[in-house]
Design a binder for this molecule. Structure first.
Ligand code: FHN
Length: 441
């Protein structure tokens, strides 16, 4: 083991109450909202087929024109309560909101820049309103913060000379002040989700990422911090030079999930984040994004996939420029949430089912407190039958289709094929979306 000053702070996952709470959530709502929601991927009449939040870079928009968007950010249809209702409809247990994205615009009235919500026509503290609305519904709020800042004069991608070093030291000081401000203004925040930390400049300052984590943990007991913040003494990210995870959970799964049979990921906490359209986080009005919205059952599949490997799933929403949620995204939230309303037992508080092999037709999940195992059938075979392979030597005593108490299906649910291998005929089982069975063993 190398002696690292800024490496991982532990070898095993955290087991305190705040971490267990985060782990049990399994389903979260990510929100990307900022000035980019106004042009929504279109500039001077032309659709820019790239993530909407990258519009100022991709369309090479002069800085003064981008900043002028703040005058149009009137919040005409923004209602934090309605956003929080969408999270409830989705069945989300936590929400992660972009306090500042790469363009530097802040959703709270920061004392350290003038590029913030307080200087828009309404002057409202959007972040404060969201924290209040979500917490009133029992939903934890986490803050996304982009360390990368395209607007700040002291930001550097690389550090080529002393002048760069000096400028970047000022930048890190500015970012630290903003983070202290966020922690002090909104002390009920449950987690910080860092982004924009991949550039050489940040990697050369692993000490700062370590210091940020320490500062947040000192100010907010139990706060949960993602691995993406961290770099060690040698610039290794997420995982330090000794192979240990930095931060509290691995946050590298972005618009991708681990292979469903890769049980190695279940050794630590992790979270995958996912867009609803193919590739935009901020609201993109063009057909490029709107024609690729995911089907709710794909989302359910991904939720079960993550749960089966002990990970959380953070589904992104991109509210529109007037502050309203996009109706198509609200609809997806409702359908996924209805499924969770019936089958959430197999998701919330559940994780990796030790000893159960990946079955191909879906996933096994296991309740971390009761030990109850569930089979989530997201890909029903054409045969209408699934092969249930239990850990060797285990007996299947019965099956209960969630949400179907009294359904005749439960009277003839399975037959033995050999040893601990059983077959379940799905014929006759009806449900809105993927079927879930609680297994009695
Ligand atoms: O560039 C960003 C992107 O806009 C979005 O915020 C995602 C969310 O994980 N993170 C970055 C890319 O890694």
């Amino acid at each position: 083991m190398m002696d690292l000053k800024y490496g991982a702070s532990r070898e095993k996952p955290r087991e305190d109450a705040a971490m267990k709470r985060f782990r049990g959530h399994r389903v979260g709502q990510f929100i990307h909202w900022g000035l980019y929601a106004l042009p929504a991927g279109r500039w001077e009449g032309k659709d820019v087929e790239f993530a909407a939040e990258f519009l100022p870079r991709v369309a090479k928009i002069p800085q003064h024109r981008w900043e002028a968007l703040a005058n149009d950010f009137t919040l005409a249809d923004f209602d934090a309560e309605r956003w929080a209702d969408t999270a409830v409809a989705l069945g989300a247990r936590y929400m992660t909101i972009t306090t500042k994205h790469h363009d530097g615009f802040c959703l709270w009235p920061s004392a350290h820049t003038d590029f913030h919500m307080g200087n828009t026509p309404s002057g409202r503290d959007v972040l404060g309103e969201l924290v209040a609305a979500y917490e009133a519904r029992g939903i934890d709020v986490n803050f996304y913060y982009s360390v990368l800042d395209w607007r700040h004069p002291d930001w550097r991608f690389t550090l080529e000379n002393d002048a760069d070093n000096l400028a970047f030291a000022r930048y890190l000081d500015f970012a630290m002040k903003q983070l202290v401000e966020l922690a002090e203004r909104y002390p009920s925040v449950k987690g910080f989700w860092f982004d924009g930390t991949w550039d050489e400049s940040v990697k050369a300052n692993g000490w700062w990422t370590w210091e940020v984590e320490r500062m947040l943990k000192e100010r907010i007991p139990g706060v949960v911090v993602n691995s993406r913040l961290r770099a060690d003494d040698f610039g290794a990210r997420h995982v330090d030079s000794n192979g240990l995870l930095m931060g509290d959970y691995e946050s590298g799964y972005e618009r991708r999930l681990p292979e469903p049979w890769d049980r190695s990921v279940a050794a630590h906490d992790w979270e995958a984040c996912m867009t609803i359209p193919q590739a935009s986080w901020g609201y993109h009005q063009g057909p490029w994004a709107q024609s690729t919205l995911k089907h709710p059952w794909d989302v359910v599949d991904m939720i079960a996939h993550c749960t089966s490997l002990g990970g959380n799933f953070l589904l992104n929403f991109g509210p529109r420029g007037d502050g309203s949620m996009a109706p198509a995204e609200v609809e997806i939230a409702r359908t996924v949430g209805q499924w969770l309303g019936v089958n959430g037992e197999a998701i919330y508080g559940c994780g990796f089912a030790e000893g159960w092999e990946y079955p191909g037709w879906g996933y096994f999940t296991q309740d971390s407190s009761t030990g109850q195992v569930f089979a989530v059938v997201t890909r029903e075979p054409a045969s209408g039958r699934i092969r249930l392979e239990l850990p060797t030597g285990m007996e299947l005593v019965g099956l209960q289709l969630l949400g179907s108490a009294g359904h005749p299906f439960n009277e003839h649910p399975f037959k033995r094929l050999a040893g601990s291998v059983f077959e379940v005929d799905l014929g006759g089982a009806t449900s809105a979306g993927p079927l879930v069975f609680a297994l009695e063993t």
